[in-house]
Design a protein around this ligand. Sequence first.
Ligand SMILES: [Zn+2]
Length: 189
Amino acid sequence: MIVKRPRAEEAHILSLVAADAAALHVAPPHVRFVTRSSGPCYEALFNRIELDRATLALPEPLLRIVVAHEVGHATQRGTMLLDFAWTVLSVTMLLSIPCIVFALSPDQELWRVSVPGFAFVVAFFVCGKIWRTRSVERSDAFELDADAKAASLCGAASALAALEAMSTRGHIDTARLDAMRARLISNSR
Ligand SMILES: [Zn+2]
């Protein structure tokens, strides 16, 4: 559900997004304000940031980090869309294999259909498992990169404070906190 926000608050968020986008040399993403509490997110397909009510209620310094992180995702849009296109292409190619095999089957003997069919089902599940593992790794890498961009815009100490605050809402995993702590330590050396 989309929320009607006061104009001043909306304008403030849009100005933060525009400033971060300019600093990261990327086109400013659109912003949508929502009521559900799934946390802030970036949608590559629409180049759009979604901010929920709880995020907007964060103190200003934390809100700035969240916005910077989401704008950081906008810099990954090309890679995200390419990933999506490759996924669609791979699934289409994989699904076309049994269609071709069955179409070219010279006769209706059961084993000629069932054996390659069974092999295909096994291959499909193996590919699905590989794909899921890879997509989790890609997603984690995108998050770490967006965190790094937020830290470059707002400072690692502020970014870590924001991650710690967001982790209490269950939106942040430990790897991101660890990476930001490591960045803070390496910056202070
Ligand atoms: Zn993110």
